[in-house]
Design a protein around this ligand. Structure first.
Ligand SMILES: Cc1cc2nc3c(=O)[nH]c(=O)nc-3n(C[C@H](O)[C@H](O)[C@H](O)COP(=O)(O)OP(=O)(O)OC[C@H]3O[C@@H](n4cnc5c(N)ncnc54)[C@H](O)[C@@H]3O)c2cc1C
Length: 171
């Protein structure tokens, strides 16, 4: 069953984010199990494996940040999913970033958007924990193609093509 769930879910195309925490537990992790939960109040969630270093870092932090990856940031997404990367601040030396003013968590330069969040709830579910954050601040980067994850591979969402198909509620 787990392998068939993985196979089916790999056909569900998602965007890609890097979740970060700052301070004593500074850390970053690539994630696609990320979504908005509520607009009013603004809430988002991210599912993190119990085995991930990020699980302990998030559990110990009151605030975190999310950077939405652009199509040209595949290298960054691969870096924060690479188990051979160094721990702590050293993992950020190969990327441009700035500290989030409200969270202190690294905001990755060149991202399509950023969120700074207060951790409000966490729910253990299976081998992951669902971390829910209340959005404190949101910022947009350039209108560039987004990084896509589909069928176990990175791709890109071409903005020009999608502009023709814009959904009315988002206009
Ligand atoms: C497109 C994509 C989407 C993904 N989405 C998600 C998602 O939504 N949720 C999710 O949970 N995962 C997701 N992953 C997987 C996740 O990005 C990787 O598993 C990532 O490596 C986890 O990061 P981590 O730092 O938290 O943990 P790890 O990779 O386990 O650890 C990071 C670093 O810590 C070191 N380390 C670990 N334990 C110790 C120790 N005891 N002592 C010393 N050093 C140690 C490791 O060697 C490594 O350098 C995704 C991956 C990809 C490619």
């Amino acid at each position: 069953m787990p392998s068939s769930l993985r196979e089916v879910m790999s056909r569900f195309a998602t965007g890609v984010v890097v979740v970060t925490v700052g301070g004593e537990h500074v850390h970053g992790m690539t994630a696609n199990a990320f979504t908005s939960v509520s607009l009013d109040p603004p809430l988002v969630l991210c599912c993190v494996a119990h085995s991930a270093v990020m699980h302990g870092a998030l559990s110990a932090s009151a605030r975190f940040a999310v950077s939405v990856m652009a199509a040209d940031q595949e290298r960054v997404a691969r870096h924060f999913a690479d188990k051979k990367r160094p721990l702590g601040a050293a993992q950020f030396t190969s990327v441009d970033w700035r500290p989030g003013p409200l969270s202190g968590a690294p905001l990755i330069s060149g991202a399509l958007g950023w969120l700074e969040c207060e951790l409000t709830q966490s729910h253990d579910s299976g081998d992951h924990t669902i971390f829910i954050g209340s959005v404190l601040e949101a910022g947009r980067g350039d209108d560039a193609p987004g990084l896509l994850f589909h069928n176990g591979a990175f791709g890109s969402v071409e903005g020009a093509d999608l502009a023709q198909r814009r959904v009315r509620t988002l206009q």
